[in-house]
Design a binder for this molecule. Structure first.
Ligand code: CO8
Length: 259
């Protein structure tokens, strides 16, 4: 499948998706969203694909936000009637397999929000994160006020949303927004290698681990612990649990069947 606004490549069991509007710093418009929804659905449905990486083309930006030129003249009623931005939650956050955002420059507004939809973020040393929507007379609309606050805490999230200031890679790592910083030149190779490590894990367990950690983000402690226990118990019924534990006991590498 070829797309107008993204590039999709397969690297063995890893799907690499690249936002490809460098002339607009990979700004996210309706067409980009449609391509991403399709690409993430194809990734999720392909049994040979186990982990994905999302990055931006060009050296400057992961994504500089939702496309301001698409929104500038759009009437409020249309934002409401189209439930503008709701597709991101269904089509991107709803992906069941793990995926990584490799942030290679500006991740602003919707770009920061898209990166935070990933299971984790790897950032280049040139990455800059921000929610500057206030400067446009609006506010985050794709989850930024919620996910940024959960990631970095109220003080930093509030300061960033109210002043529009950007956070560099080091501060983002220190604050818990990103998992790791990688030199810009090595970011893609590192992200693909990390994704390959995840892709080599038993796939059902990878999906369940993702679901469990997301539960900590989205539910209360008691409910999260209860769900974790149930999901753990579910995994004990898989062939991969028997294989993984038997391989450990027999001191040999495990061979996963994905069931
Ligand atoms: N949308 C559309 N085009 C963009 C965007 C964007 N978000 N960002 C950059 N571009 C375009 C520029 O217009 C320019 O195009 P052209 O050459 O045709 O003029 C090109 O990309 C290059 O950009 P610059 O010349 O501005 O590059 P600089 O290096 O000078 O600056 C910046 C880089 C600092 C990243 C700057 O481009 C910038 O500030 N961009 C906008 C960042 C921003 O405000 N993002 C938030 C957008 S709003 C959002 O994401 C969520 C809105 C939620 C609304 C909720 C409603 C329900």
């Amino acid at each position: 499948m070829t797309y107008q606004n993204i590039l999709v490549e397969r690297h063995d069991a890893v799907t690499l998706i690249t936002l490809n509007r460098p002339q607009a710093l990979n700004a996210l418009n309706t067409a980009v969203l449609a391509d991403l929804i399709d690409a993430f659905a194809a990734f999720d449905a392909d049994p040979d694909q186990r982990c994905a990486v999302l990055t931006g083309s060009g050296e400057k930006a992961f994504a500089a936000g939702a496309d301001i030129k698409e929104m500038v003249d759009k009437p409020a009623a249309d934002f409401f009637l189209q439930d503008f931005f709701s597709g991101w939650q269904r089509g991107v956050v709803g992906t069941r397999k793990p995926w990584i955002a490799a942030v290679n420059g500006f991740a602003l507004g919707g770009g920061c929000e898209l990166a935070m939809m990933a299971d984790f973020i790897l950032a280049s040393d040139t990455a800059k994160f921000g929610q500057p929507e206030i400067k446009l007379g609006v506010a985050p609309g794709m989850g930024g006020s919620q996910r940024l606050t959960r990631a970095v805490g109220k003080a930093k999230a509030m300061e960033m949303c109210l002043t529009g200031r950007m956070m560099g890679a080091e501060e983002a790592e220190r604050s818990g927004l990103v998992a790791r910083i990688v030199p810009a030149a090595d970011l893609l190779a590192d992200a693909l290698k990390t994704a390959a490590t995840i892709a080599a894990m038993p796939p059902l367990a990878a999906m369940v681990n993702k679901e469990m950690v997301n539960l900590a983000f989205e539910s209360g402690l008691a409910q999260g612990i209860q769900s974790e226990r149930r999901l753990f118990q579910l995994l004990t019924a898989t062939e991969d649990k028997r294989e993984g534990m038997t391989a450990f006991v027999e001191k040999r590498p495990a061979v996963w069947v994905g069931r």
